[in-house]
Design a protein around this ligand. Structure first.
Ligand code: ZN
Length: 360
């Protein structure tokens, strides 16, 4: 019996699907951008376009129910377990070894799965689909992480930013061209959406949009800028730090939005953290002063010392900016508006330019 099972596993394992794409621009981060196990039994995956997927199935044994897993290139930043429902016992995201991300779907032990007709279908370079089972209606609720629609109802300012704002650009301080190097770090990304606010407003979308505008402004001012991420990828904190430390960056600016415990609508405010040094503090002060100006009525939570990994481990003056609470009534509704995100981006850019002007 045991032997038979063993054989069967190998037969099933040979069902393994391998699909290759080449090029790997960001080696350190997971190729998995989003996933959803839908109530109809379809597993949808969104990956980077260089993804190389391997799918496996293993029949239940003493310790596990039937399991299906897919390996992705690149390492996950935070391994995690998600409780299943209905026929799904648990979903796990792990790093079985260095440089690999594994998404495991474990079925309940009483649920017998037949993988013989499974087919992993590539919809396009970034999207994949596989039907795992026909779940009875109402038996199972969709489980998912990350965002599939690249054009969600969240309107990105950064997309139409160019060309419009020459006057506003001219009003910003001028610094010596081709002298400075800035790293902009949009917080979170990919399956890690960061804070979720009012109306589903996601921190990852807000901060990526603001970061892109800041980057565009600084570039137009003759500054070399590198973003740690420019799309929805899962990027670990260590990778962000090494991206900065491996350059001659003058400063590092991480952009985040806040959430209050219990999503209290009356908690709003902006704050900027630095870890150490007068330069870090000065940069934080310059930015904080500007972002407060464009956020009237929202509390000034001030410049503070904080030992967040990305500002502690970076070698250059570094700050972490919290541009408001996505869970706050005032901040959240503002951050969902493109005009406000643009104002915040200008404010951050102005703070950075003032700092660079001062440092010389
Ligand atoms: Zn954050």
């Amino acid at each position: 019996m045991r032997n038979n099972n063993f054989k069967k596993f190998f037969k099933l394992a040979s069902l393994l699907f391998v699909i290759n794409y080449f090029n790997s621009p960001v080696k350190s981060s997971s190729a998995l951008a989003a996933w959803a196990l839908k109530s109809d039994g379809v597993l949808e995956l969104k990956t980077k376009s260089d993804a190389k997927l391997k799918a496996y199935f293993q029949k239940a044994n003493k310790s596990y129910g039937d399991r299906f897993w897919i390996d992705f290139k690149g390492e996950l930043s935070n391994p995690r377990k998600i409780k299943g429902n209905g026929p799904i016992k648990e979903i796990r995201l792990g790093k079985p070894k260095k440089g690999l991300t594994r998404l495991v779907i474990e079925f309940q032990s009483n649920k017998k799965i037949n993988p013989h007709n499974w087919k992993l279908i590539g919809i396009d370079k970034n999207n994949w689909r596989i039907k795992l089972a026909a779940f009875p209606k109402n038996d199972f609720q969709t489980i998912s992480e990350g965002n599939f629609s690249s054009s969600s109802n969240f309107k990105k300012t950064s997309d139409y930013f160019f060309n419009l704002k020459n006057k506003a650009l001219a009003n910003l301080p001028n610094v010596k061209k081709n002298k400075f190097y800035v790293v902009i770090d949009p917080g979170h990304g990919g399956p890690d959406s960061g804070a979720i606010g009012i109306g589903g407003l996601r921190e990852t979308d807000v901060v990526l949009d603001v970061s892109k505008i800041v980057t565009n402004i600084l570039k137009k001012k003759g500054i070399e800028v590198k973003m740690t991420r420019t799309n929805e990828i899962d990027l670990g904190l260590g990778a962000r730090v090494s991206m900065a430390n491996n350059t001659k960056a003058d400063i590092f600016v991480s952009i985040h939005a806040n959430a209050s415990v219990g999503k209290k609508r009356n908690i709003n405010g902006l704050e900027t953290f630095y870890y150490s040094g007068w330069k870090g503090r000065l940069l934080a002060e310059k930015i904080q002063k500007q972002i407060i100006k464009v956020s009237p009525g929202s509390p000034d939570r001030g410049v503070r010392r904080g030992s967040y990994f990305v500002i502690k481990q970076t070698n250059m003056p570094a700050v972490l900016v919290e541009i408001g609470f996505v869970t706050g009534k005032l901040d959240g509704s503002r951050l969902s508006k493109d005009m406000h995100r643009e104002r915040v981006a200008y404010a951050i850019a102005r703070g950075i330019l003032e700092y660079l002007e001062r440092i010389g």
